[in-house]
Design a protein around this ligand. Structure first.
Ligand SMILES: Cc1ncc(COP(=O)(O)O)c(C=O)c1O
Length: 428
């Protein structure tokens, strides 16, 4: 697309005044895409071109774009009461309703929810809770964290330290210490790390059920039960980062449900509000909450906007929509359909290892002769943009996952555009 004069001005001002997140990762040689409206799985740019969003924003827009039902709930709530704190003896009915609903979705022992504004804040809070739990039990030295290589947990200091991608730790004056990273699907490496560090120095293991940023390696069937057993044996709390996988993305309410896995701390964000409000939540077991309540007067954490009425109302409505529109089954159906089409139609175009868990679909790209790692992924993402399809590459692993409201025609459009993009890359 050639930028119009208005757009050129906008882009010049953008370059001057907007410091973009993770901007070093922006695809080089391309001006930013300028989106101005959306509906369903589609985004429209300033020039009127429609793009199929195969990455759901940042894998957060589960309910799709332009929903009047969510907008109405948010607007009504803003008019009635947009804010009163949850700090210092205040509460409000929507926070209570949401906590009750999330407790039904979460595994049995998780009864309490603490609200924050982002996945990073939620992970920070979950690890703080784990450390506080052991500290009030008289074990303050049990505070180290084991995380996984390739995992992403956010951009704040704690979260970037648990993130297993070194680029996020560069030039920030040092990550937190007492963090160890292990391979994403190896129980043995986790067991070795626990032995080496000593269980009495480790508070938590933080992990996504399936780590998208590690290229979506699906855990072997025995992985999660063995991890849970190992953590229990060593009294280490499991912080399950369900920022991407939670609230339907994998075809279940929670990714951990695929293995009947019960975390001690459950982290929810993105799909909780699909981008219609900033909102995240940490689910906590009664064991942790009761211990803190019995032994300290203070859970010393919280953010001004955490659990504001608008965020809670949007989250509650989002959960109702997932139920009303059968989006868990749809995520499985559309995800399996996309995976099947890619596996059936695109292997001769250098695609292998096609896999999915619900509407998270990934595959490997064969690099061209002499290419650097990541070149094939970057080339396909750029070619897909030319086909008006948004996707994301982690190295040479491509990940697609449109909003859960995608229908059969959207799945068709996605795979057709993807195939054309692959052909473009092959043609050089
Ligand atoms: C698995 C996971 N955890 C945590 C985060 C951080 O969430 P936020 O960007 O809302 O702080 C992300 C963001 O992409 C994520 O993918």
């Amino acid at each position: 697309m050639t930028a119009t004069l208005d757009q050129q001005e906008l882009l010049a001002l953008d370059a001057r005044h907007v410091l973009h997140p993770m901007s070093a990762n922006a695809p080089s040689g391309r001006h930013p895409l300028v989106f101005v409206r959306g509906d369903g799985v589609w985004l429209e740019d300033a020039g009127g071109d429609r793009y199929l969003d195969g990455f759901s924003g940042l894998m957060n827009v589960n309910l799709g774009y332009g929903r009047a039902d969510v907008a109405r709930v948010a607007a009504e709530q803003m008019e009635r009461l947009q804010y009163s704190p949850l700090f210092f003896g205040y509460t409000h009915p929507i926070a209570v309703d949401l906590g009750q609903r999330l407790a039904e979705i979460a595994p049995g022992a998780i009864e309490q929810f603490h609200y924050v504004n982002s996945g990073s804040e939620a992970n920070e809070t979950a690890v703080k809770l784990a450390r506080q739990y052991f500290s009030v039990l008289g074990r303050p030295e049990k505070r180290g964290v084991i995380a996984r290589r390739g995992g992403y947990h956010g951009a704040t200091y704690g979260a970037l330290s648990w993130t297993g991608l070194p680029i996020y730790q560069e030039n920030v004056g040092g990550a937190l210490d007492e963090v160890e990273h292990v391979a994403p699907t190896s129980v043995d490496e986790l067991a070795d790390a626990i032995d080496r560090i000593g269980a009495d120095r480790i508070a938590a293991f933080i992990a996504e059920p399936v780590a998208m940023s590690a290229g979506l390696p699906l855990p072997p069937p025995g992985y999660w039960p063995a991890v849970r057993e190992l953590l229990d044996a060593n009294d280490i709390l499991l912080v399950m980062d369900e920022v991407v996988t939670g609230l339907g993305r994998t075809g279940r309410w929670l990714g951990c449900a695929h293995w009947d896995l019960e975390p001690d701390l459950l982290v929810l964000a993105k799909g909780l509000t699909s981008g219609y409000a900033a909102m995240a939540a940490v689910g906590v077991t009664s064991r942790v909450v009761d211990t803190l309540r019995e032994r300290t007067a203070l859970f010393n954490s919280g953010f001004t906007m955490g659990g504001n009425q608008v965020g809670c109302a949007v989250a509650l409505e989002s959960i109702r929509i997932v139920e009303r529109e059968g989006l868990l089954d749809r995520a499985t159906w559309i995800g399996d359909t996309i995976r099947g089409r890619i596996a059936d139609d695109m292997t001769e175009l250098g695609v292998s290892g096609v896999r999915n868990i619900g509407l998270l679909v990934a595959f490997e790209l064969e690099p061209a002769a002499g290419a650097e790692p990541g070149d094939a992924g970057r080339a396909l993402v750029a070619a897909a943009i030319e086909e008006r399809l948004l996707a994301r590459a982690y190295g040479d692993t491509l990940v697609v996952g449109p909003p859960l409201v995608a229908n059969a025609a959207d799945a068709d459009a996605l795979t057709t555009r993807l195939r054309t993009a692959l052909e473009r890359v092959r043609a050089g």
